[in-house]
Design a protein. Sequence first.
Lengths: 268, 324
Amino acid sequence: MQPLLRVENLVKHYAAGRPAPKDKSAALDGVSLSIPARTTLALVGESGSGKSTLALCIACLEHPTSGSIWFEGIDVVALDENQKRLLRPRIQLVFQDPASSLNPRWTALEIVSEPFFVQGRFSKQERSDKACTWLDHVGISPKMVSRRVDELSGGQKQRLAIARALALEPRLIVLDEALSALDCSVQAQISNLLLELQSSLGLTYLFITHDFAMAAHLADEIAVMDHGRIVESGPAEKILRSPGQDATRALLAATPGVPKTQSTLVNF
Amino acid sequence: MRYFLRRTLHAVFLLFGVSLLTFLFSALTPGNYFDEMRLNPQISRETVAALRAQYQLDRPLPVRYAHWLMAVAHGELGFSFAYNSPVGPLLWVRARNTLFLTITAMLLAWLLALPLGVWSASRFGRAPDRVLSWATATLLVIPDLVLALGLLILAVRTGWFPTGGLASVGFENLSPLHKLRDLASHLALPVAALVLATLPMLVRHVRASVAEVLEASFLRAAVGHGIPHPKLLYGYALRAAANPLISLFGFSVGTLLSGSLLVEVVMSWPGLGPLLLEAILARDLYVVIGGVLLSMIFLVSGNLFADVLLYWADPRIRIAASAK
């Protein structure tokens, strides 16, 4: 079966002030991965390993230096700006910090109806009706829809961000450390919400995190990233049971709550 | 609403304080308008003393201040020694000319600064942005006086523009279209000087504010929803960056009367600038005080205007103000 998203040998260099050594300046250094439809791939790695750059490339918000991103059988990298603009609604990004990813001037309802407005879909009444439905979907009660961002809790903000991402009915949602800024009980609530939405709407997730416990909870497959490369990937069970790489073991050892296997006891 | 009442009350107190200080400082400076007459052997000491008494310059300062305040309460601003007429109408004619010049210059500067700043911010750090930054930095370090003189030299050498005044001789006899052209050609140089002096700062502020919000992830999210680029820049980014720019606009409005004095003097524009300069040199006390007060009224109401705009533009400020 053809995967929904296939990334091939993706490279992204950021222009540094002066030519830096080649291996240092590459945020992505030949990343390949694929996600079948209706599954979740967790991308785990420490900060600075290139996870967010990959997320931005996949969401068509950054242009990679080389390589290709196949989404629904189309090479996204080869598209021009106009075609990308039409494609972007199909892939939505949920950011780490909900406080900065939501426009502080708007109410919850305005934030969720904004994607319709941008797309010029529906009448004004339909827009707010649809937005209310999505807000209800993510568990934000009707009496809170007229609140502004700073009147909502962290968990509510992230629910709002998820509702906004869902509004345009995307095929793929990239969750870039979307749970990292939340406390444990809220993390659990939101991750359960994500699982429910996945089964009811048939969503595909790319779940980016540094937390193996969350990855284990949500993902079908796990890919481990280190210094701009995927160092290990496979079914979640397998990676957790028998990590094959030092980078994986180091991340696993740093995660509380994951049963320690023999191989996680590494000597540094 | 209470918020604005309080702000207006603050402004009135501020103006009161400013008038007191101006009065005090001008009284502390040595000499007065009639001192020059004393050097003239043809005018007797008694005449000078009589004149001083007539204008009440021999009375103690608090009394003079109280008199002046009473006059202000009646809508007058005192009496000009040099023009031998009330200060109010005198200032009004000049202020009108100044406003004509500065409002034109301000609108032009903002209309140029917004697109230039946004354009520069959307290319932040790339070649066009660097060229523009370099150009604005250069303009910033050139003193206004040098700019104005440079433009004057240009006008003298080329003869393209008149080098002073507001209208040509025989202005009344021209047809409306020619009147407009005559006014425009007289306006061109002082407006150019003012725009060149204020534009760099405005462009840099717009650029900095817009570049900052362009980094925000809620704008990235909007890109993700498929927003067209111009709408992102002018619809979303500019609005999100508006608060510091609105404050800056309030400042622009506030300096409408006081920001152009130098250019007016250099370019002989018949506004407040030359009038105040002469008044200061001649110690024409009430004209100076009236001019300063008028400028202050503009500065204070400019800030008040910016606050009203902010209140109107940003729901967060509305909530904070109504919660108090």
